[in-house]
Design a protein around this ligand. Sequence first.
Ligand code: CMC
Length: 385
Amino acid sequence: AGAYTFDPGFMATASCESKITFIDGDKGILLHRGYPIEQLAEKADYLDTCYLLLNGELPTAEQKAQFTDVIKNHTMVHEQLKSFFNGFRRDAHPMAILCGVVGALSAFYHDSLDNNNPQHREISAHRLIAKMPTIAAMAYKYSIGQPMMYPRNDLGYAENFLHMMFNTPCEEKPISPVLAKAMDRIFVLHADHEQNASTSTVRSVGSTGANPFACIAAGIAALWGPAHGGANEAVLLMLDEIGTVENVEKFLAKAKDKNDPFKLMGFGHRVYKNFDPRARVMKKTCDEVLAELGINDPQLELAMKLEEIALKDPYFAERNLYPNVDFYSGIILKAIGIPTSMFTVIFALSRTVGWISHWKEMLSGPYKINRPRQLYTGSVKRDIP
Ligand code: CMC
């Protein structure tokens, strides 16, 4: 007792065993259940990826059809849940709404919250995957004052999300297959990433025996920060701040200045010190989407210029700072027409399957409550005079 290692930021601590995701940060390798992320992005869609993460194998055609039906069966939320939205200010950040409303789901499913029952665990996983797009789109519609759209089960997963985001009861336009495909790819690329801050949070909360909706609400809260999932929103806010191409050098100097808290958002990664394999796929998707939409947006040009100049800068090269997944996803989301405040919500929606897969994996085997120790640096024992 008393002998433990001091590892701030958990730079060198494995907190669990897992069969879900493998990362080699030096070589830029990311595998889900053994499959490279590049192949999944190319050959699998988001629901295939969900099935894979949850069950360990890609689905057969029959399993996929069944899984799709199960997810569609759960896309609606209880009508009463709408009252939660009404309690928020109109200008509430959608992530604030998401944390609250997802946590509140635990109040609706008392029938299936026995963590020791594998069927209960599974139904909670399905409910979360199915309801996240609905809740995310409801948060957006609430913020712009439009009526909330019900899910449409004749549409694909990403297509249905874009339908609930952009259609109104007065006008239902078909969703562009290119945009639906790009959205689906964003979901796939964010689906899991082993023990990142939010997944570790979900495991930590789960290790106390808390219910899955509370665990995922905690994951959403952890994801919100700009050093984690909030980075995709922060990239666009940073581009706003930089303004024009002429200012790029000035902001790069700020990013390099150790006395200046400014960082180049969307650059750098705790694990990938070579490149982020997701960023490569994302950049390709980004080029395709911009070409397809024929978008001519000065902010997107600015992003491309920033990337070009930063990649040539020795400061970034010496520290192995490359654009990460959030740099390009922010740009694609903007091109699709998603408002900046929804970027991290979309990350949360995509990552839900990763969180719940880790939660399920933990509960399926032996585990202990997460209880790190500390190095106490406070006062020695003293007496009140
Ligand atoms: N801009 C300028 N300098 C940077 C940046 C940056 N974005 N990232 C790291 N550095 C510097 C840092 O100052 C340090 O320099 P020095 O060695 O001279 O002190 C060196 O690079 C190493 O960085 P670190 O802070 O020790 O690395 P970390 O592993 O603790 O942090 C990070 C990783 C992702 C939090 C950090 O790179 C960062 O804040 N990036 C910007 C935010 C961002 O894009 N986050 C999204 C991460 S990917 C999506 C996800 O999975 O969440």
